[in-house]
Design a protein around this ligand. Structure first.
Ligand SMILES: N[C@@H](CCC(=O)N[C@@H](CS)C(=O)NCC(=O)O)C(=O)O
Length: 298
């Protein structure tokens, strides 16, 4: 247990669980305990006057906003009268919970893209888990398409990782994650080609070849743009692609005994590099959850 004595060392966004609970009297969201979260860290808040212990995933650089069985505890109000000016309120994002484990971070590459963007921008955030197999009614009312990720922006719910990451880039321009225009779409077709190949039941339908064409093009691009898509710096294109490559690697290995060909050395190094980023490890779903997430096609 790590004792926190000052807000300035209070750096971890919270992650809480939201699902439609049959026990609830209303459709309003409730914040429930974070117990049993993988990688969770227990913080004690001495002299805070607030309910003792909060758990949060070790997900990044955000200010800790503790979540207890009794709800959100804003640490800024917790005995820090002489503290530095209050940090901005954490950005609220709603991301997928794991299939069959509604209290754990799930296998959504679009959700991870948003978390990665927040991590790389150093923006405090509060990630809430949505059980997509049991979506709360308030979530469907606010977001009729019912997909995650969703971000609460000025009181409004905004869906779609393209839109959310664009808003984050505009609101938090530094550090810029913009990918130069000519490289912004690199790897853009890999995910649909991967999904088509994964779902394919016919070994001769060309889906494997189509995926390979995209992977070779990506490898070729990376040959002259290392180590990331735009060169030295991680940019938005990497944060969109890395979670998709994570799914590709895990799902194709598990369901098709297939892996990225050894001769695509630039791509293999790239995958290794992006998946080794601390930010990636903090925001990734467990491998088993990725496998479980694709099981419905088999
Ligand atoms: N284009 C969307 C795709 C979002 C998406 O497909 N989310 C999936 C999870 S990865 C989802 O919410 N599925 C639940 C459902 O469709 O009910 C984005 O970029 O955010």
């Amino acid at each position: 247990m790590r004792a926190l004595t000052a807000l300035s060392v209070c750096h971890s966004p919270s992650l809480s669980l939201l699902s439609a609970s049959p026990r609830r009297k209303s459709n309003l969201p409730t914040l429930t305990s974070l117990a049993n979260l993988a990688n969770s860290v227990v913080y004690s808040v001495p002299d805070s006057g607030c309910a003792g212990v909060a758990r949060g995933l070790k997900l990044g650089t955000g200010r800790l906003e503790g979540v207890t069985r009794r709800g959100v505890v804003a640490m800024a109000d917790a005995g820090a009268a002489d503290a530095a000016p209050a940090a901005p309120a954490p950005v609220e994002v709603f991301v997928k919970a794991a299939v069959g484990h509604p209290d754990k971070l799930g296998d959504c590459p679009f959700s991870q893209r948003v978390l990665l963007t927040l991590e790389h921008k150093g923006v405090p955030y509060d990630a809430k888990l949505i059980d997509t197999s049991n979506k709360p009614q308030w979530f469907l009312d606010a977001n009729p398409e019912g997909k995650v990720p969703v971000m609460k922006d000025d009181g409004k719910f905004v869906a779609d990782s393209d839109v959310i990451t664009q808003i984050l880039e505009e609101k938090f321009p530094e550090p810029s994650l913009k990918t130069p225009e000519d490289k912004a779409n690199v790897g853009g077709k890999v995910f649909p080609k991967f999904v088509a190949f994964l779902k394919s039941k016919d070994a001769n339908d060309g889906t494997e070849g189509e995926l390979l064409t995209e992977l070779k093009a990506l490898d070729e691009h990376l040959k002259s743009n290392k180590p990331f898509i735009a060169g030295e710096k991680v940019t938005a294109a990497d944060l969109a692609l890395a979670p998709k490559l994570y799914h590709l690697k895990i799902a194709l290995s598990h369901y098709k005994k297939w892996s990225v060909p050894e001769e695509l050395t630039n791509l293999r190094s790239y995958i290794e590099a992006v998946h080794s980023l601390e930010s990636f490890k903090k925001t990734q779903a467990e491998e088993d959850f990725v496998v479980a997430g694709w099981a419905k096609f088999f």
